[in-house]
Design a binder for this molecule. Sequence first.
Ligand code: ZN
Length: 439
Amino acid sequence: MDRRKEQVLNWIEENRDEVVEFLRKLIQTPSVNPYFDHEPGEAKEGRVQQVVKEHMEALGAQVEMWEPDVEALSKYEGYPGYSSDFDAADRPNLVATVKGAGTGKGKSLVLMGHIDTVARGTGWTHDPFGGEVKDGNIYGRGAVDMKGGIAAMIMAVDAVVKSGISLDGDVSVATVVAEENPGIGTLAYVEKGYRPDACIMTEATSLQVAPLCRGVIWGKLTIEGRSGHIELPRQDWREGGAVDAIKKARMFLEHFDSMNEEWTITKTHPLLRVPCQIYVGKVEMGEFISTYANKAVIYFDATYLPRERDEKGGGSLVMKEIEDMIKGVCQTDPWLMEHPPVLEWQINADCGETDVRHPFVQTIQNNLTELGREPVVEGCYFHTDMGWVEKAGIPIINFGPGDPRQAHSNDEMCPVEELIEATKTMALTILDWCQASEG
Ligand SMILES: [Zn+2]
């Protein structure tokens, strides 16, 4: 192994505690996205961004911090990530750059993550903001989603700088706000004009290399019925008789199932073990035991592939597919023809994909191999912020410590070992991609 690589790996080994401490500090500085329920003092990203800023400045990085300008971004109305309701106060994005010598030998790299988390939630047996370390795991809200990744990426830069290695290309860390909702932080980063030669989004992937993530759509379908006493003889609905919304809902549920079956054939991708699906997660139906249900509401989650994106990068084509299915069901039922259900879209999260053959995807795999780990390349099943970065022409992969299934759960935790491995992998990748400069 290259001497500089050994130097950096030694630094990380000798400073394992510092890596862990930094993650603990990030967890101990809550940054709950204000969209979620939160206790006083837990919300907004401003405070934790200050922690990152101080850390990066101490490394000699140039730090830029700015609150996304909703006005200036309004041209992205209707695009994924944009929301006119976004209140940017005390929610700054941060980009910290360690400048390289810039002879052109090395390329530039950004290590990126969202600094907001979901709410603390319930059912914890550890303090959600304690950063407790137990049996080799670090516990707390954001431990994997995604302060673990952020700690690893920052400590990777730390390791390079503190090992006394100067780079040729620039390496920067970007901690963006508001990924959990609405996704405007990454949009604001791209809009600011940053165009590094590659990006690692350090979302938790259990150290898999994920050059793809899926888009997500949430829908709410409200079906109208008409109430009436169940035990009495029922009149025809045209004469004012009751209409059972539960029965009508069943028709749609059946069609959700058949659409899902169809998707198992049509919506597969070589980097994904399972096809995309449309799945009902919640239903609300009826009022009383003895009354025909006057209303049924079906909530569903649908995932889609980058190849299905519309011209704005969103999921409107998939939405249209679902709308057509619903219209088709209505055509088979006179009541539904006259009383079509109301479909509302609640989330339209975008997706992205980088060609697996891109040299950057190869670089990180080589480094995993050098560290004695079999590289696994597989897409993310959940949404990440990679869409805007990819659309800006920046090759991007997701790669980070921790099991993504831990995200948003109680007792969220990141294994220390994975945190260290992620730090090492990224440090080596910085050296390869940005090139250590001579002398
Ligand atoms: Zn995340």
